[in-house]
Design a protein around this ligand. Structure first.
Ligand code: HEM
Length: 480
């Protein structure tokens, strides 16, 4: 290790320790005395146990269930430098996710707040949040996505063309595919070439800075993340100015926001609710990239893994896609109509999101005092909705470890399945994610069979749950 790196690591560790001590001392857990639970060891709390469960195959499920059995559905703990209340169940999710009376706000980690910027959708609340949601709703609606279908379909085919007879790291391939799609949708980025490479490199650095230590010291992941964010913003600035000067025109997400909703230089009317400043534009484009990329990549990877592990599900799914081809009269390619009518595939996607629970908890901050299950929650406290144990509750999902898409044959009670969340913060990218997955899976199952190269069930210790080994497989063409 280089001496400079060693100094940085030592300094960072000392600062983390100091920060944890300060949090621990300044926010006395006295106020939390009425809430059951254990705060673990001084300073580190239960962080080590939490992290080690997080990377295990079952994730934080066993951490949660053990504590729920001991303390009930609401319990306190001290993990990752925060005093936190964990809650679970439909009642808790109704209260936390319905957004009634501005009870809670989203609770991003400091690194996320700094990288995404103050005007990000994830940092706004109330009316400002509603307004931003309105602005992004149209381009992400089913109708708005239609114009990107051809690109998505072509990229899926091109990606899979490279798979035949090869060893493939599914997570890497899914990441490249979803990044090309989002780069094209947002700013008409060419799928190959120097710009795409720069975009990809910067995005990767930004993405890995989210789970980093919160110190902006040169050499740290957080510092690198901020620098990569600045380079990404410079790229967006130059595209925005080319568009505004009329030098360039593309029918993409950025154009629709610039044309309809952005304030050009000199337009200072802050009260114009339907317009965005350049800062708001950039913060929210980055927010869509960050919120949409790892999640869709992980979902696609888990789905391919679950299919191989459940041959009867794969058989049913393949049957649906072979039937689509059989119904075609002219032997042409996948159409927009066909992709919107894949009922079994839709259930496989839901079951994947339930079993993998890509976002195991949703983080909120109490915006006012309130009561839940008879416990008083104070303004400012961190509250996490534990989704993983909801998705593995045998009362709602019998035999929860079984991968069974037919669970979704009948509608479930509201707030029991939260694959894309619920309420005012429900995922705005739901249709895009489903479109990408349906198109990719269609071409995969009609062409190939695959086998994993190793059995390793561990997950990466990142906010979005992904297979640690990136799911390496070998691929062969299906016999005709
Ligand atoms: C399979 C893929 C995806 C999954 C599983 C997923 C899941 C979720 C979930 C569970 C939430 C709510 C989190 C909470 O309440 O704390 C959420 C929010 C969000 N998602 Fe997704 N998402 C996916 C794809 C996408 C895509 C493709 C985009 C954008 C292009 C996107 C953009 C967002 C944004 C911006 C939010 C925050 C919404 C707000 O705070 O109002 N997501 N997502």
């Amino acid at each position: 290790m280089e001496p400079m790196n060693f100094v940085i690591i030592v300094l960072s560790s000392l600062l983390v320790l100091l920060a944890s001590i300060l949090v621990y001392l300044s926010r006395s857990p006295k106020a939390m005395e009425g809430i059951p639970g254990s705060l673990g060891w001084p300073i580190v709390g239960e962080s080590f146990s939490f992290i080690s469960h997080f990377s295990s195959p079952s994730g934080i499920c066993s951490f949660m269930i053990k504590r729920q059995q001991r303390f009930g559905k609401v319990f306190k703990t001290f993990v990752l430098g925060r005093f936190t209340i964990f809650m679970t169940g439909r009642e808790a999710s109704k209260i936390l996710l319905s957004g009634k009376d501005g009870l809670v706000s989203l609770n991003l980690f400091y690194t996320g707040q700094q990288v995404l910027g103050p005007t990000s959708l994830l940092q706004t609340t109330g009316e400002a949040h509603k307004r931003l949601r309105r602005l992004i709703a149209e381009p992400l609606s089913i109708d708005g996505l239609k114009k990107y279908f051809h690109f998505i379909n072509t990229q899926a085919i091109k990606t899979l063309d490279q798979w035949q007879g090869r060893k493939v790291l599914v997570l890497e391939e899914a990441s490249t595919f979803t990044l090309k799609v989002i780069g094209h949708m947002i700013m008409s980025l060419e799928p190959t070439g120097e710009e795409q490479e720069k975009f990809r490199a910067n995005f990767k650095i930004i993405s890995s800075s989210f789970a980093s230590l919160p110190f902006k010291i040169p050499g740290t992941a957080f510092h690198r993340g901020i620098k990569a964010r600045d380079r990404m913003y410079a790229m967006l600035d130059s595209i925005i100015s080319r568009r505004r000067s009329g030098e360039e025109f593309q029918q993409d997400f950025l154009e629709s926001l610039i044309m309809k909703h952005s304030k050009s230089v000199g337009e200072e009317d802050e009260n114009d609710d339907n317009k965005l400043t350049d800062r708001q534009l950039k913060d929210n484009i980055l927010t869509l990239l960050v919120a949409g990329h790892d999640t869709t990549t992980a979902a696609l990877t888990w789905l391919i893994k679950f299919l191989e592990e459940n041959p009867s599900v794969l058989e049913n799914l393949r049957e649906e896609h072979m039937q689509i081809i059989a119904n075609r009269k002219d032997g042409s390619d996948l159409t927009w109509c066909e992709v919107n009518s894949m009922p079994y595939t839709a259930k496989v996607i839901s079951e994947t999101l339930r079993r993998a629970t890509i976002l195991p908890w949703f983080s909120r901050k109490a915006a006012q005092d309130f009561e839940i299950d008879g416990y008083k929650i104070q303004k400012g406290w961190s509250i996490n909705l534990d989704v993983i144990s909801m998705h593995h509750d045998p009362q709602v999902f019998p035999d929860p470890e079984k991968f069974d898409p037919t669970r979704f044959d009948a509608p479930l009670k509201p707030f029991s399945f939260l694959g894309f969340g619920s309420g005012p913060r429900m995922c705005p990218g739901i249709h895009l994610a489903k479109l990408e997955i349906c198109v990719f899976i269609h071409h995969l199952v009609i062409r190939y069979k695959w086998k994993p190269l190793e059995k390793d069930e561990c997950v990466q210790p990142t906010l979005v749950r992904m297979p640690k080994n990136k799911y390496p497989i070998t691929v062969e063409a299906l016999e005709k």
